[in-house]
Design a protein around this ligand. Structure first.
Ligand code: NZQ
Ligand code: ZN
Length: 387
């Protein structure tokens, strides 16, 4: 097992009715800015619960953060924070709103051009950002218990990530009841995103970190078992709770400790969102199967372990099991009604591989993947295989 440090300061408040407790988590004397997305919280009761819990606090609001949080919108929120001497941020939403708030936390007391924060990945250390909490409304990204964030800039067609130890939420409320109002398409996205988060930290080479391997496999199996229940029309509180906790556990830092991690699927996927606006999770379902096929030789032992332990495939050679596992993964995404080829999302796909190769080269991303050996030319081939 590799050496590691682990510190996750986020306090989780899990379960029905827990939103009411935020009155005790947000400092009484704070000047709070509540930040949310396109308005789903206004129709599903979450807005009411939050404002009710904070009725004795000084709270202002900023709504309209779009999916794939947009820099130009966040810059307006930043101005609002400065103009109103805000001291505490509260994200109420999915990954996009939470990520937007992390960016605002980092930018709140920064004097330079805010986009620089993303370009140079600065303002990430403890004590640098404005404190914030979150109310999660969409299980998917794990942003509620990690310190990473991703911001989009439509004008330049960029989608960049940053993060660091100073950008953990102080608290996050995980109430499974919020799942009732989520469209099935977004539930499917959440399952696929969390599933791929586990894969990015697991599908490398077999490691000696037995517990991390087993936890990763358990999250994958739990997501597979929970998927049909949360995709069904009947609300099942326990299934919703399991789904929500799987998503958080998939990317709160635990399973990546002591092992090597990949993250190339996300790097390529983010480009597809930046170029075509495809939902984050769907870009992962497009790239992942090709990525694992292209890197078959270095990943086949782990793919076979995944086949045996997660899909119970015991017949065949190591290579046959590994290939069968990629097929199972693809079918799992498709069972969520998620398409796994780029050409199923856009007719404009022909020069995508070239664009990705060029973008990675320009950013000096010359060695991605767990062995830092995946070149922009390799990315070209993987993206081309995903057409
Ligand atoms: O804006 P509203 O009206 O709230 O609607 C949202 C949005 O349209 C809706 N929604 C959320 N909760 C709802 C709901 N609708 C009804 N009922 C509810 N309870 O769902 C739509 C999508 O929301 P969004 O926040 O965009 O989805 P998600 O949580 O999947 O976040 C995606 C973003 O997170 C980034 C992605 O790149 C993308 O920008 N990621 C962040 C990561 C992190 N911070 O660790 C890791 C991920 O890999 C990912 O890159
Ligand atoms: Zn993701």
């Amino acid at each position: 097992m590799l050496n590691f440090e682990l510190k996750n300061p986020t306090k989780i408040l899990f379960g029905k009715g827990e939103i009411a407790k935020i009155s005790k988590e947000v400092p009484q004397d704070a000047k709070v800015l509540m930040i949310y997305g396109g308005g789903s919280i206004k129709t599903n009761g979450v807005y009411h619960q939050v404002t009710d819990a904070l009725k004795k606090h000084d709270v202002k609001e900023f709504g309209g953060v779009p999916a794939n949080p947009e820099y130009e919108v966040l810059v307006n929120a930043l101005q609002f924070i400065k103009d109103n001497n805000i001291t505490y941020l509260l994200a109420v939403g999915g990954g996009s709103v939470i990520d937007g708030v992390k960016f605002l936390s980092a930018a709140a007391n920064y004097d330079g051009e805010p986009w620089e924060i993303l370009k140079r990945s600065v303002r990430t250390m403890e004590g640098e950002g404005m404190p914030f909490g979150t109310i999660l409304t969409l299980p998917a990204t794990g942003s509620e218990m990690n310190s990473g964030y991703v911001i989009s800039r439509r004008k330049t067609k960029e989608k960049l990530s940053s993060g660091g130890p100073g950008l953990f939420p102080q608290f996050s409320v995980l109430d499974p009841e919020v799942i009732q109002s989520i469209p099935k398409k977004q539930i499917a996205n959440g399952i696929a995103d969390a599933y791929t988060h586990v894969l990015e930290q697991y599908m490398t080479t077999p490691s000696s970190a037995d517990l991390q391997e087993r936890i990763a496999e358990s999250i994958l199996i739990s997501l597979q078992e929970t998927a049909p229940k949360v995709m069904s029309e009947n609300f099942d509180y326990n299934a919703a709770g399991n789904f929500m906790w799987c998503c958080t556990m998939a990317l709160n830092g635990l399973i990546q400790k002591g092992v090597i991690t990949d993250w190339a699927v996300h790097a390529m996927g983010h480009e597809l969102t930046a170029y075509y606006g495809i939902d984050h999770a769907r870009t992962l379902a497009v790239i992942a199967p090709s990525h694992y096929r292209y890197n078959f030789d270095t990943k086949k032992e782990k793919l076979a372990q995944y086949a045996e332990r997660v899909w119970k495939i015991t017949e065949g050679t190591l290579e046959e099991k590994a290939e069968a596992a990629i097929k199972k993964m693809e079918e799992f995404f498709q069972s969520l009604d998620i398409k796994t080829k780029l050409s199923e999302y856009t007719e404009d796909y022909q020069n995508t591989a070239e664009r990705v190769e060029k973008a990675f080269t320009e950013r000096n991303w010359l060695g991605l993947g767990e062995h830092k050996k995946l070149t922009p030319q390799d990315a070209y081939k993987i993206v081309e295989m995903s057409y």
